[in-house]
Design a protein around this ligand. Structure first.
Ligand code: LHQ
Length: 260
């Protein structure tokens, strides 16, 4: 079985991390397959939303630690790993011009937690936990953790999560605003599919532009953000979906967006 499963249905590209016996710990092969899946999501117009999840009882336990030989005399340069694999992955997730739902089906640890946070809407099973496991290894939160955490939950909570490396329950993650919502375990797959399908039937171009605006805001002044909104709205206003949205409103019916 491939270590990342990819399928397309009803406009949703589902990507499933598939090394359940290792709680979907990431290795270079998985990074390669993930990259291919995201490139496919960009390139195929019929794909209008992405759903990322994990097989088995975990979502993703971060970097595969078993593949690390820390006993050798030659020091390992972890920056190479981040530069080659994790940073491009996080950048790709954030820049993908289509919405990404992450269904966190179980523990999300280390880079696994932060990859989830790089997605646009995170929905988690109530039994799932988020663990910034890095401090247990003497490492710094990576895969965007030091960017996402303070912005999502504030410096005090981000620091607690980073330094203590304690598991945060899905419910608490929802209360803190770290994720969109926590749902009963038995309902996760269905709810996540529903969410992804709703997005796949939405105004794809408008969604992509909204992502751009919201993610740019953290580094922008209000003035810069207003200018950006003006420019992105110009683009959105030229889409067929905008025309359809206004027409549907006037005709008192639901819009039928084509993602164009
Ligand atoms: C694993 C892993 C794992 C291998 C569970 N690797 N086997 C980026 C770039 C460069 C360098 C460094 O780092 C990074 C980013 C990072 O992600 S660093 C952080 C790496 N991740 C972690 O530190 C988490 C390690 N795992 C855990 O702390 C626990 O496994 C968690 C809390 C995730 C789950 O605990 P349990 O539910 O008690 O499960 P378990 O520990 O029994 O794990 C089940 C199996 O999965 C077990 O294998 P085994 O053969 O004994 O049944 C684990 O060894 C394996 N596993 N995580 N990251």
């Amino acid at each position: 079985m491939p270590s990342v499963l990819v399928s397309v249905d009803a406009g949703v590209l589902t990507v499933t991390l598939n090394r359940p016996e290792k709680l979907n710990a990431l290795n270079p092969e998985m990074h390669r397959l993930l990259r291919g899946a995201l490139e496919r999501a960009i390139g195929e117009p019929e794909i209008r939303a992405v759903l990322l999840t994990g097989a088995g009882r975990g979502f993703c336990s971060g970097q595969d630690l078993a593949e690390r030989d820390v006993t050798s005399a030659a020091p390992i340069d972890l920056a190479v790993w981040l530069g080659e694999h994790y940073n491009p992955l996080v950048r790709r997730l954030r820049a993908l011009p289509k919405p990404i739902v992450c269904a966190v089906n179980g523990v999300a640890a280390g880079a696994g937690a932060n990859i989830a946070l790089a997605c646009d809407l995170v929905i988690a099973a109530r039994s799932a936990t988020f663990v910034q496991a890095f401090a247990r290894l003497g490492l710094v939160p990576d895969a965007g953790g030091t960017y996402f955490l303070p912005r999502l939950v504030g410096t005090a909570r981000a620091m607690g999560l980073a330094l203590l490396a304690e598991p945060l329950s899905a419910e608490r993650a929802e209360q803190w605003g770290l994720i969109w919502k926590a749902v009963d375990d038995a309902r996760l797959a269905e709810e996540a599919q529903k969410l992804a399908r709703t997005l796949a039937n939405g105004p794809t171009r408008g969604y992509g532009l909204a992502k751009k605006a919201i993610y740019a805001s953290a580094g922008n002044s209000l003035d810069a953000q207003l200018d950006l909104e003006r420019d992105l709205q110009r683009e959105a206003g030229l889409s067929e979906d905008y025309r359809e949205g206004v027409t549907a409103f006037k005709e008192k019916r639901s819009p039928r967006f084509q993602g164009k």
